[in-house]
Design a binder for this molecule. Structure first.
Ligand code: HGY
Ligand code: MN
Ligand code: MN
Length: 426
């Protein structure tokens, strides 16, 4: 297949896309106390995210998309094709955010898909395959504890009933929130295999900008392993309690954090990345030995073999910590996904379309998890990355990509979708 020839190449409306990104970023926005920057806090199935959902659904309908909501709150906007019964080419991402987000993570892929639909309408372009634009429930996993939850249900990796029962730290379940917010839809949550899936996303890291490349062709996603560790120590007076009588949960947490970074430094676990992002200490007071700590371990690795070796080393080390500190440890695996490889033929279409317009590119593995990592189980899948500024900082109000870079990404998405939506494209 060769690239779309220039005379029928479409250019999306860059300003309209940017305005929609900034308008959605207002929903759930807050002023970050330290930086004074406007951030986004739109956790899955909160009132703010529901407001964002309604806004995006309005935009979908205004773009002529027929909207359906599935049993898990995943939302799809459909644009009919000439082959009515053919499986759709699906694009999308998520609009839920972490608590300290910027304007682009997930939103670019969803709002870019809607802008693609607008421009196809304006140019009266009909495709053979239908096209669908989706956003999935709880991609971030920061409220209900496991990432890519909605797309994992759609792809069949996580059973719907199990996912509906997942609860946040206050005990509120996904199912209850979907009912409360009116997003417990009726369309089947298990997604029929699309013809192909393409997701455009901000890179969220420094690779593209460091290499001076304008776009990324994403070859896959690295392995992800999340654990929640509950460390049961013993509360004690910080002054009167001799050191040898203590069961200090704070010490146990510190030992685990240090061990994880020593594992990285050892070089024995390949390109292992470790983060102890959450570290809740109880009672968290200066003159009381910590009685309990709940902390999280986020491991990432391009290699499943190294990932499993790291998980096994950590499991063994928890026993060492208990022996040394007397702190009992209950680990709970909250997310685990192997590395996934995307599909060469979709990657090649993306790469050819980038070449056709003369933009620079590189192939790269995604450091972050994405819904594409789930949907790839259903159909030929790949992603387009746009570079982030400021070393690609993300999950932070400073997350930023330029209007031009966002338009580049969605112009390529549009060209790729048009090719994939042609009969016999794959
Ligand atoms: O955690 C991740 O990699 C993604 O942002 N959900
Ligand atoms: Mn994302
Ligand atoms: Mn994210």
């Amino acid at each position: 297949m060769s690239g779309t020839n220039s005379q029928d190449r479409l250019a999306i409306n860059q300003d309209r896309l940017w305005v929609s990104l900034m308008a959605l970023a207002e929903v759930g926005s807050y002023i970050d106390g330290r930086s004074g920057l406007r951030g986004v806090n739109r956790l899955a199935l909160t009132d703010a995210e529901a407001e964002g959902r309604r806004l995006v659904i309005r935009w979908m309908r205004e773009a002529g998309l027929r909207v359906r909501v599935d049993e898990f709150g995943n939302v799809y906007g459909r644009r009919e094709g000439l082959l009515a019964d053919a499986p759709p080419v699906l694009v999308g991402s998520h609009i839920d955010s972490v608590a300290t987000a910027g304007a682009f993570d997930g939103c670019l892929g969803v709002l870019g898909g809607i802008e693609m639909a607008r421009i196809l309408n304006e140019h009266k372009v009909l495709t053979d395959h239908p096209i669908e634009v989706a956003f999935f429930t709880e991609e971030e996993g920061v409220r209900f504890g496991t990432d890519m939850l909605g797309s994992a249900v759609a792809a069949g990796r996580i059973p719907l009933d199990e996912a509906l029962l997942r609860a946040d730290v206050t005990g509120i379940t996904v199912g209850a929130e979907l009912e409360r917010l009116g997003f417990r839809g009726t369309a089947p949550a298990r997604l029929a295999a699309p013809h192909a899936y393409v997701e455009c996303h901000i890179e969220q890291g420094p690779v593209l900008s460091a290499a001076g490349r304008e776009l990324g062709v994403v070859t896959g996603v690295q392995a992800i392993s999340w654990q929640e560790l509950t460390l049961f120590g013993k509360s004690a007076h910080a002054g009167t309690t001799p050191m040898e009588l203590r069961h200090d949960a704070g010490l146990a947490a510190a030992m685990i954090t240090l061990k994880l970074h020593e594992m990285v430094d050892s070089g024995k676990y390949g390109d292992l990345r470790v983060t102890v992002g959450r570290n809740d200490t109880y009672p968290n007071l200066i003159n009381i030995v910590p009685a309990r700590v709940v902390c999280t371990v986020d491991l990432r690795n391009p290699s499943e073999t190294y990932m499993q070796a790291a998980e096994e080393e950590l499991r063994r080390y928890l026993e060492v910590v208990t022996a040394k500190t007397g702190v009992q440890i209950t680990p709970k695996q909250t997310a685990k996904t192997p590395p996934v490889e995307f599909h060469d033929d979709v990657e090649n279409v993306i790469s050819e379309e980038i070449d056709t317009v003369g933009l620079s590119q590189m192939r790269l593995l995604s450091g972050a998890g994405h819904d594409a990592g789930e949907i790839t189980a259903l159909c030929p899948t790949a992603m387009v990355f746009v570079p982030g500024e400021y070393d690609g900082i993300s999950h932070n109000p400073r997350e930023y990509s330029t209007p031009e870079a966002c338009a580049n990404g969605i112009n390529i998405l549009t060209a790729v979708v048009r090719r994939l939506a042609a009969k016999d494209s794959l």
